[in-house]
Design a protein around this ligand. Sequence first.
Ligand code: GDP
Length: 613
Amino acid sequence: MQAPAIGGVNAPRGNGKVIRLAQGATLTDFAEKIGANPASLVAIMMHLGEMVTATQSVTEESLQLLGAELDFNVQVVSPEDEDRELLESFDLEFGEDEGGEEHLAARPPVVTVMGHVDHGKTKLLDAIRNANVVAGEAGGITQHIGAYQVATEVDGEERKITFIDTPGHEAFSAMRARGAETTDLVVLVVAADDGVKPQTTEAIDHATAAGVPIVVAVNKIDKEGADPTKVRAQLTEYGLVAEEFGGQTLFVDVSAKQGENIEGLLEAIVLTADAELDLRANPDQDAQGVAIEAHLDKGRGPVATVLVQRGTLRIGDSIVAGGAHGRVRAMLDENGEHVDEATPSRPVLVLGLTAVPGAGDSFLVVEDDRMARQIADKRAARKRNAELLRSRPKHSLEELFNELSKGERQELLLILKGDVSGSVEALEDSLLKIDVGDEVNLRIIRRGVGAITQDDVNLAVASDGAVIIGFNVRPERNAQEVADREGIDIRYYSVIYQAIEEVEAALKGLLKPEFEQVQLGTAQIRAIFKVPKIGNIAGCMVQSGTVNRNSKARLVREGRVIADNLTVSSLRREKDDVTEVREGFECGIGIGYQDLKIDDVIETFEMREKPRS
Ligand code: GDP
């Protein structure tokens, strides 16, 4: 299978063979798939007019372009497919309940509150939570963990409802965009004194697109001018027809402010869920669900609120959540109480993850820590590739040259690793506060707790030379080696301000250079010669350093600068032109300046880049 040379480069031909590549794949990945030398693919891409390195993520179009050139049928695999394949390779599946019908048990509905701004979404969520200091759990201080569960009695039965505590359709659609279908039912809040507004209809669109039933909370009925009937009439236009108008939608008049008729709303939610949804899940399997909120807590490390969608989550479970993994060390509910297990539709705050997952990331319990780590690492690597791809502008040869020569915008990329999340956070905070103006940009592409790994170094390489900062940590075996080989700078610190100082210096080094004069040598004039056509030449003795031809010079008389901005235009020893004369030697110097006097001193200097202070 010898190829015709493309742009003078040989590479295998595919003859239409299918190859599968992930979004954000590199030329090295491509080369691996077809058994070619990555460098040859780099050369071919260059021939095709694109300047990319072997380890740089390339766009789907570029992969296709290269595929077409080499006659391979390139299939770029979507992140969702890829994740499914990844999980399959571990014999896992996300999103399906295990077993048949008989394994399913009813689960509470998960509700998102939407509506126009200022119509009382937040107030309503507060009112629901407060009205429901559940069954004597008084004293428990409710915490905002991103979701909470309340209980209500319907037909003599205690029923639970889970509320997502981030109102609005932005969070809702962001989650959906990430493939996370968390919400079973939407409560649409409409202020009775204001009626249907743009975001009201947007919310309806979102809920409808997601196929999620709506319960309408007509709020602010305590207000003067409240007209709940008008709201009902308005909403019929959008397909929400109240029961009393012969439709299917439950409208509940409430006052979030006065806590009025919250129970009625809860009941309507339960009734609607019962009538329109079949909410069941298998509680007896390994837990799966979605991370709905996560952050790095100073004391507790990464904490994530997860919504269990199926199975039961227990302390000690090994879990993967997006690119994070870990073992469930503790679980807390919305009252800050410890819980041992979380069943379907239960939101809990999980401690024990090694990193912070993203909102909307799916989580699942796996066999052991090792598997969790492997999956998380693969996902993290993929995410990183995708991010790099997004963040990196595509460079043509011309653009690249242009940018380099103009020195337009420069960027310092950092990877931060620290012993505890608190220090990493503190370091990140301070680093991002460094002010060096607009010319230079600082971007932290990864932050994490623990030793510097080979993967950190790989990321640094892949991002065209990020600097790695280790705070009270050391590199893992191999990491330093790879860093040395790839020319990646790893810096170690144990004091935050030192790290900041050095990064600041580095950032300033990236600024356009400032120059200063550095003295090279001095020569004293001992005699003056008149040379036809050239003028006066100084017969000198070099007193210090060296005098170089073409270096900058100034003339000093009795300690005062007589002339500046001169150039050593001629330099002779005896009769010979020379380029340099050292201390202790005599020479003839021409500086193109005629007013010379015996005992004047010629100082020579050069312009050198000045370290910024
Ligand atoms: P959001 O933007 O939809 O989250 O609206 P907020 O919950 O922040 O409420 C907006 C404003 O309306 C606040 O000043 C609330 O105090 C007020 N508000 C909310 N619900 C009621 C209510 O039932 N009655 C009255 N009078 N005011 C309310």
